[in-house]
Design a protein around this ligand. Structure first.
Ligand code: DX5
Ligand code: ZN
Length: 243
């Protein structure tokens, strides 16, 4: 029997280029060379990556500061062929949707912990700007905090480390939430993508994909030693060995 969607809003609107087939590796430019972003994007392109993951931190929601819309606009100019995936780790996400949309973001993901009861409205607001809308949870937040909002999400980001810094170790228990979300998605015939972020490298990529992840964010494992092509290849190899 065909499963019915939970609500009218469940159709994902990812452009084919971003959705593609199989698992995507989304390099987190947090680990790129800030003094030479153009070359970092060239290296990502040569490695066959279609996504670029941009970690926006405000020094409040997380104890670190990173990029604003001006930076995104600048790298957009040299990375028009990428799918710009902006991860807002900020306390007032609604205020920055329009500025980041104008700067060239294509998907904007905010944290459920920051938006609370406004999460559904915020997902709809992001979609109304013509963007894909994502919602994320920190390692300690349960999937139940997301369920009222899932029908309005194009992407669900499960943080596999405490947000704030690159180079941390994946917290294995977080992958149970990926499994839970994959089941919910199937049960309710939803179509959001599941993204994981933090501590993803060749070994953990296998675990994340086995749990049901569609998009793997990786920073240090992609940019390590400046060997982006080799590093991405190593991650892809471990994933393909699973099949
Ligand atoms: C953490 C960021 C991640 C980070 C991942 O707050 O959201 O995107 O860059 O870095 P790695 O892959 O080094 O764990
Ligand atoms: Zn991120």
């Amino acid at each position: 029997m065909a499963k019915k969607p939970l609500a009218e809003d469940s159709t994902s609107s990812f452009p084919a280029r971003a959705r593609g087939r199989g698992v995507h590796i989304a390099p987190s430019i947090l680990s790129a060379n800030f003094a030479d972003m153009r070359s970092s994007l060239v290296a990502m392109r040569q490695a066959g990556c279609r996504w670029t993951h941009i970690d926006v931190m405000d020094g409040h929601f997380v104890p670190n500061l990173t990029f604003g819309p001006g930076f995104v606009e600048a790298i957009r100019a040299v990375g028009k062929d990428f799918y710009f995936d902006v991860h807002l780790m900020i306390t007032n996400p609604r205020d920055f949707v329009k500025p980041f949309a104008a700067a060239g973001a294509q998907c904007i993901t905010f944290h459920q912990e920051a938006a609370g009861d406004d999460s559904t409205n915020l997902l709809r607001y992001i979609r109304r700007q013509g963007l894909q809308a994502g919602i994320s949870i920190r390692p300690r937040t349960p999937v139940s905090a997301l369920t009222p909002h899932l029908t309005h999400a194009d992407l669900v980001l499960v943080m596999t480390v405490e947000p704030g810094y690159g180079g941390q170790k994946l917290i294995p228990g977080t992958l149970n939430k990926v499994r839970e979300l994959a089941l919910l998605r199937e049960e309710h015939a939803l179509s959001f993508l599941i993204q994981v972020d933090g501590g993803i490298g060749p070994e953990t990529a296998q675990l994340a994909v086995a749990a049901g992840s569609d998009v793997l964010v990786a920073g240090s494992a992609v940019f390590r030693g400046g060997k982006v092509k080799e590093n991405v290849k190593a991650i892809r190899k471990t994933i393909s060995e699973m099949r």
